[in-house]
Design a protein around this ligand. Structure first.
Ligand code: SAM
Length: 283
C-alpha cells in the first residue's frame, strides 16, 4: 500500500464495506453551514469531492453519471427548453444540460453556496464555466422550499442530490415528488439519483414506489460509476406520459447526431440499454 495511513481517504457509506483513496493533496477541507466538504487529489481519479464523508464526484468518472442524468431525458423528450436542477452544486449536471443549444434557461437550486464556490475554485473541470453561462440561473436555497413556492414550469427537473441523509433527506419524499410533478410541462420529465441498488436495495425500492405513486410513467434506469461502489447506479424517471421513455433508438440517434456532442459515456445505444435492468432490480 503506497503512502502512509494518514494519506488515505476512507468512505464507509455502506456499513460493513470501506473504500479508500490514496490522497496526494488535500485542496480544501471545512465545515460549511450545511455539511463537511473536502476536495482532494488522487493518483487515479484526479480531484475528488466528498460531502459528509461520502464520495460525490471525481474528475475521472463524473461523466458516467452527469451525461446519463442529463442526456437521456433531453434526447428522449426532444425539445427541452426550461430545466430545473435541484442540488448539483459541483456544476457537472449544469454543464451537461447547457451543452444543448435549444436550452433556454437552467435554474439550479443548491442549498449550500460553499459547494458552488469551492467546486468552481478547486474542481473547475466539473462546471467548466457553466455557472457563468447567461442561461444559468443559480439560487442558493432549499430545493424543497423552492418547488413549493415557484410559479415557473419546467420541461425537465433533475434532482442531483447527495444521499438521503442530512439536507438531501427531504428530497426523497412523496410530497417533494408531487411538488415537482406539478411543476412539469405537459411532456415534462423528472429525473432523480437513487443510489446503488446492489447495496441500497431499500432506497431503490422506495424510489420506484414513490415514482409509481406520483407519476403516470415511472422507471429506473442505470449507469455505471466506478466510485459509486458495488454495481449499477440507479436513476429514477417520472413523467405524465409514456411517450418520451419509449422514444425509439432511431429517433434518439437522429437527435444525438444533430448535436454532434462528444461524449465520454452516453450513446444512443447506452440510452436505450440503460432501461434494461438486471433481474435483481425487477421489484
Ligand atoms: N453531482 C454529484 C454527483 O456526481 O453525484 C453529487 C451531487 S451534488 C454534490 C449534491 C448536492 O445536493 C450538494 O451540493 C448538496 O449541498 C445539495 N443538496 C442537498 N440537499 C439539498 C436540498 N434540500 N436542496 C438543494 N440542494 C441540496
Amino acid at each position: 500500500m503506497n503512502g502512509s495511513p494518514e494519506n488515505w481517504f476512507s468512505e464507509t457509506l455502506h456499513g460493513t464495506y470501506e473504500q479508500r483513496f490514496e490522497v496526494t493533496n488535500i485542496l480544501h477541507h471545512s465545515e460549511t453551514a450545511v455539511q463537511d466538504i473536502i476536495i482532494f487529489e488522487t493518483p487515479f481519479f484526479g480531484r475528488v469531492l466528498a460531502l459528509d464523508g461520502i464520495i460525490q464526484t471525481t474528475e475521472r468518472d463524473e461523466a458516467c453519471y452527469h451525461e446519463m442524468l442529463a442526456h437521456v431525458p433531453i434526447f428522449a423528450h426532444g425539445s427541452v427548453q426550461e430545466v430545473l436542477i435541484i442540488g448539483g452544486g459541483d456544476g457537472g449536471a449544469l454543464r451537461e444540460v447547457l451543452r444543448h443549444p435549444k436550452i433556454n434557461m437552467v435554474t439550479i437550486v443548491e442549498i449550500d453556496g460553499s459547494v458552488v464556490e469551492l467546486c468552481q475554485k478547486f474542481l473547475p473541470a466539473l462546471s467548466k464555466g457553466a455557472f457563468q453561462d447567461p442561461r444559468c440561473n443559480l439560487l442558493i436555497s432549499d430545493g424543497v422550499e423552492f418547488v413549493k413556492m415557484t410559479d415557473r414550469r419546467f420541461d425537465l427537473i433533475i434532482v442531483d442530490s447527495s444521499d438521503p441523509v442530512g439536507p438531501s433527506a427531504p428530497l426523497f419524499s412523496d410530497a417533494f415528488y408531487r411538488d415537482c410533478r406539478d411543476l412539469l410541462t405537459e411532456n415534462g420529465i423528472f429525473i432523480c439519483q437513487s443510489g446503488v441498488s446492489f447495496v441500497q436495495e431499500t432506497e431503490a425500492r422506495e424510489t420506484i414506489r414513490r415514482l409509481n405513486s406520483v407519476f403516470t410513467d415511472a422507471a429506473l434506469y442505470v449507469t455505471q460509476v466506478p466510485t459509486y461502489s458495488f454495481g449499477f447506479m440507479d436513476l429514477g424517471w417520472g413523467a405524465q406520459s409514456h411517450t418520451a421513455r419509449n422514444t425509439d433508438i432511431n429517433t434518439i440517434r437522429t437527435r444525438f447526431n444533430s448535436t454532434q456532442l462528444d461524449m465520454r459515456y452516453y450513446s444512443p445505444q447506452i440510452h436505450t440499454a440503460s432501461f434494461a435492468l438486471p433481474a435483481y432490480m425487477h421489484y
